[in-house]
Design a protein around this ligand. Structure first.
Ligand SMILES: O=C(O)[C@@H](CO)OP(=O)(O)O
Length: 238
């Protein structure tokens, strides 16, 4: 039996500002740091001993992993970072305010962009190394993506495409670790985790619309030796 814990990063600066974040590399807000530490404290209380950690190549997820592991006293475990666990790329919506977008395009359209399985957001026309939003410069397509195969860097993704690029990493690393009886911790993002949860729980394309993952709230799965989920537990701060 092995455990898989999924944590969405704590609140980011752009979550706090209600901006579409996607692959733009933003940091945790002060609240986000507190949420990441709380997540680690909850894991410590559960007494889970991790063997392996995975995260994306985005600062908000990496920082969340580190705060959580520090709080849980397990900073020593191996960790790997992959672009495959990145947030869904929000295309040309990145940096826009979600309420402004709803006022302009309508609530239903924005809901489809945010939560549907297969509706693509408006796509980027070019992939720049940095982006400027509200007078600040943020890293975007920089050298961290140098080893991504030609043609695989997205201009904008729906959940379906996100799942398609998360799955190879699930199969090559996460599933293998769990099958070997290792306890795995993943710190990632709202939509890359929705994609994983859809796969793990076999959720339909329609039902995934209603699935939300809160910042910093650990989801704990127990798997049997045949990789069936035997329990799922959302940890709460009591
Ligand atoms: O902005 C984003 O990248 C994501 C997660 O923060 O937003 P949403 O919840 O709208 O998919």
């Amino acid at each position: 039996m092995a455990k898989l814990v999924l944590i969405r990063h704590g609140q980011s600066e752009w979550n706090a500002l209600n901006l579409f974040n996607g692959w733009v590399d933003t940091k945790l807000s002060d609240k986000g740091v507190a949420q990441a530490k709380e997540a680690g404290a909850m894991l410590a209380k559960e007494g889970i001993q991790f063997d392996q950690a995975y995260t994306s190549v985005l600062t908000r997820a990496i920082t969340t992993l580190h705060y959580a592991l520090e709080e849980a006293g397990q900073m020593f475990i191996p960790e790997d970072k992959t672009w495959r666990l990145n947030e869904r790329h929000y295309g040309a919506l990145q940096g826009l305010n979600k309420a402004d977008a709803a006022a302009k395009y309508g609530d239903e359209q924005v809901h489809q962009w945010r939560r549907s399985y297969d509706v693509l957001p408006p796509l980027l026309t070019e992939q720049t190394e940095t982006v400027e939003v509200l007078g600040k410069t943020y890293p975007a397509f920089d050298r961290r993506y140098a080893d991504v195969p030609e043609g695989e860097l997205p201009y904008g993704e729906n959940l379906k495409v996100t799942l398609e690029r998360v799955l190879p990493f699930w199969t090559s690393n996460i599933e293998k670790d769990l099958q070997a009886g290792k306890n795995v911790l993943i710190a990632a993002h709202g939509n890359s985790l929705r994609a994983l949860v859809k796969h793990i729980e076999n959720i339909s394309d329609d039902d995934i619309l209603g699935v939300e993952i809160a910042n910093g709230q650990p989801l704990v799965y127990d798997f049997d030796d045949n990789m069936n989920v035997v329990s799922k537990n959302v940890l709460e701060n009591k």
